[in-house]
Design a protein around this ligand. Structure first.
Ligand code: GTP
Ligand code: MG
Length: 368
């Protein structure tokens, strides 16, 4: 499924793109300058210019393949936690409460940046929280086979009980095979009903351990800062069971958690590093973009020279804005990174073109 754009083909033959387009039109194949041509079409039009098109395979997998880590190279890494729950059940309040227990939040110059992830150092452990604004990012990543979360904290307000998005969150976590720790929130409210909430959770298959099930449930108040330490203890306990490890001594790989186009700084993305160590100056490919780490920062806006597994970092230096869920891969060769990115965007364009032509055809039928 190799393809080449009209512009690129023209360039390689030393022709004007307009000439190639004209020839294509004469062949009954109207095309635009950025259109991707399949091999047969490219070969046909090239023969009109007395050129032969050669098939050179480009195996992305070959360029991107890595060696399996040896057991002795793996070292423990912090767990990555996502807090999920129904709207207004206290996700933001919980993250605020947790950040208050962060022993490093009081550091000089510690201004919290919004990078969609927090690195929280507790007295007896280190955890990373992902602050997904909705479930869309989670869904998008799952659809692409990306697993970024080790543990889900399911937040349920004890006054509301299990709601629509609570059930959705449970389904997401189950489908992704991520362990769930339930935090029953707002227990300070007079109309809080913990028993009823537990019963509703049990109906969804989450049986509290005190009822003989295997789901840890912690009663908390994010607002009154009750039960937060216990919840974090349970998170660390669960993380220990998972024996999370990664090899820090190799080029980094990770996922895009968040991205945006910053007016002053250009494309910016938060990358969760999943293995290896990312260093300033590293060359990478990320979705259809490539780049070089021009600058990187932690969640407190501190500039970093390197970052290891489970660390969320804000990276500057992208050729364009990547998508949440895109894989981020460090390569040693800049040419290769560009080649992979180009190859991917070509494929993407091809796909979009097929889609557009299908739509056109259908609307044509509609008119008839
Ligand atoms: P969305 O981001 O809109 O989905 O909401 P959220 O889940 O982040 O909830 P948020 O933390 O914004 O809390 C919603 C409301 O519940 C706010 O008014 C909070 O002050 C309140 N709230 C959160 N936790 C508690 C709690 O433990 N007790 C009480 N009484 N109120 C709480
Ligand atoms: Mg919120």
């Amino acid at each position: 499924d190799e393809a080449i754009t009209v512009a690129n083909l023209a360039k390689q033959m030393g022709q004007k793109a307009g000439e190639v387009i004209k020839k294509l039109l004469l062949l009954g194949l109207p095309a635009s300058i950025n259109q991707a041509l399949d091999f047969d079409t490219a070969a046909l039009v090239a023969s009109e210019f007395d050129f032969e098109v050669e098939k050179v395979g480009f195996e992305e997998e070959e360029v991107l393949q890595t060696q399996q880590d040896r057991e002795e190279d793996l070292v423990p890494r912090p767990p990555v936690i996502t807090v999920m729950g129904h709207v207004d059940h206290g996700k933001t309040s919980l993250l605020d409460a947790i950040r208050k227990t962060n022993v490093i939040s009081g550091e000089a110059g510690g201004i919290t940046q919004h990078i969609g992830a927090y690195d929280v150092k507790l007295e007896n452990g280190h955890v990373v929280f992902l602050d997904t604004p909705g479930h869309e990012a989670f869904t998008a990543m799952r659809a692409r086979g990306a697993k970024v979360t080790d543990i889900v904290i399911l937040l349920v307000a004890a006054d509301d009980g299990v709601m629509q998005q609570t059930i959705e969150a449970i389904n997401h976590a189950k489908a992704a095979e991520v362990p769930i720790i339930v935090a029953i929130n707002k227990i300070d409210k007079p109309n809080a009903n913990v028993e009823k909430t537990k019963r509703q959770l049990a109906e969804q298959g989450l049986i509290p351990s005190e009822w003989g099930g295997d789901t840890t449930m912690v009663e908390i108040s994010a607002k009154k800062q009750i039960g937060i330490d216990e919840l974090l203890e349970m998170v660390l306990l669960q993380a220990e069971l998972l024996e999370l490890k990664a090899n820090p001594n190799k080029p980094a790989r990770g996922r895009v958690i968040e991205s945006k186009l910053d007016k002053g700084r250009g494309p910016v993305a938060t990358i969760l590093i999943q293995e290896g160590t990312l260093k300033a100056g590293d060359i990478y490919v990320c979705g259809v973009n490539s780049g070089r780490v021009r600058n990187m920062f932690n969640d407190r806006g501190k500039r970093l020279m390197s970052a290891g597994p489970s660390m969320p970092v804000e990276v500057l230096g992208f050729s364009g804005v990547p998508n949440a869920g895109d894989q981020f891969i460090v390569l040693t060769d800049e040419k290769q990174a560009k080649l992979v990115a180009e190859h991917r965007s070509l494929k993407l364009r091809e796909k979009e073109l097929t889609r557009t032509s299908k739509v056109t055809l259908e609307s044509l039928f509609d008119q008839i």
